[in-house]
Design a protein around this ligand. Structure first.
Ligand code: HEM
Length: 331
């Protein structure tokens, strides 16, 4: 098995082991609260910031629907006029000043998008740069984070995290997947991971997972080059590109076949499944991140008519955890 240094989505393993972090969950708390407790225990207390995906950069943008996107869903942003967006790119992990190439970010990036809809409501899409998740439930994610916390250089082998990975092949696969560093956030593809149900005006529903593809194509740097880059290269390079004009992505939905699992985010659907293009995301302007990021809360259950959550249990656990993290960072 490869080095566990590539464990990500909230797992700053090297830093955690050095810190000798331990489990802080209280059995009687809701799962989302226990997950945030455990993230706080792993990464240390950083008041006023997110418990995960702590380092980020905020931008403005606009969404223009593709012709025919409303045949998949009656969601208001899929027809008619363009919709203003606020987008936060981020690095997984709870270390506020982690270098963009730091092992503590595990190579997983985030892209959270808020659609400001005409009636004043919001629709959010919250994606990561990995296609799939290491575990299928919030309980297993907590167990993984606890195993990481209980492992360390002086813990006898097999360590708790090694035991966890042997018993959870999807997690072992996830941590051994190479994750090259992108040239900028604007050259990184993103994935919705959890399935949502899209319903059109005729009442026809289909399950799908978001994919966000950079218009210029994915572009990465070598690990050697990445190690030499400045600490905020991903956001800095995107800001530099914006001086020449908008940086564009395409928002797609990969459709599930009849027997594809829609409640297990460890089960990646084959690439041969069809995708529907929903439209173009243009990143247009950098905002003052420090000023705006703390007021922003992106929730996977912030949905408009025509889009519903599937029964994937991780979706509701995420909302519980994000709300808890938001409430802590707002104090
Ligand atoms: C049980 C599983 C998960 C837990 C417990 C979890 C937990 C968290 C927490 C506590 C935050 C900070 C929220 C805030 O303060 O606003 C966060 C942020 C984030 N998570 Fe998750 N997460 C999970 C799964 C996922 C998945 C499956 C994805 C994507 C497919 C994802 C993508 C993100 C992104 C992009 C952010 C940053 C949002 C922002 O910029 O405000 N997470 N997560």
């Amino acid at each position: 098995m490869r080095s566990f240094q590539s464990v990500s989505v909230g797992i700053a393993l090297a830093a955690l082991m050095a810190a000798g972090a331990t489990c802080a969950a209280a059995e009687d708390q809701p799962l989302g609260v226990r997950l945030v407790d455990q993230m706080n225990a792993l990464y240390g207390a950083h008041p006023g910031v997110r418990a995960n995906h702590t380092k980020g950069a905020v931008f403005e943008g606009v969404f223009t629907p593709a012709q025919g996107a409303d045949t998949l869903s009656s969601a208001v942003f899929l027809k008619g006029a363009p919709t203003p967006l606020v987008i936060r790119f981020s690095n997984a992990g709870g270390v506020p000043d982690a270098r963009d190439t730091d092992a503590s970010t595990g190579g997983v990036r985030g892209m959270a998008i808020k659609f400001h809809l005409p009636d004043g409501s919001e629709q959010d899409i919250v994606c990561i740069s990995a296609n799939g998740f290491p575990v299928a439930t919030g309980e297993d994610f907590l167990a993984l984070l606890q195993a990481v916390g209980a492992s360390g250089p002086n813990v006898p082998k097999p360590t708790p995290v090694e035991k966890f990975l042997s018993a959870h092949p999807a997690a072992a696969r996830f941590v051994s997947t190479p994750r090259p560093v992108a040239v900028s956030y604007g050259t990184q593809p993103f994935f919705g991971v959890n399935a949502f149900k899209f319903t059109n005006a005729q009442g026809t529903s289909k399950f799908g997972r978001y994919r966000i593809v950079p218009e210029s194509g994915p572009a990465y740097v070598s690990n050697e080059e990445a190690a030499k880059r400045p600490p905020n290269a991903l956001a800095d390079n995107l800001r530099a590109s914006l001086e020449k004009g908008p940086v564009k992505f395409h928002l797609l939905v990969q459709l599930a076949a009849a027997d594809d699992p829609v409640t297990d985010a460890t089960k990646v659907w084959p690439d041969s499944r069809p995708t529907v293009e929903l439209g173009e995301i243009a990143v247009t302007k950098a905002l003052d991140t420090k000023k705006v990021e703390n007021e922003l809360l992106f929730l996977p259950t912030n949905l408009t008519t025509g889009i519903d959550a599937s029964d994937d249990p991780i979706i509701n656990t995420r909302t519980e955890a994000y709300a808890e993290s938001f409430s802590r960072r707002s104090q």
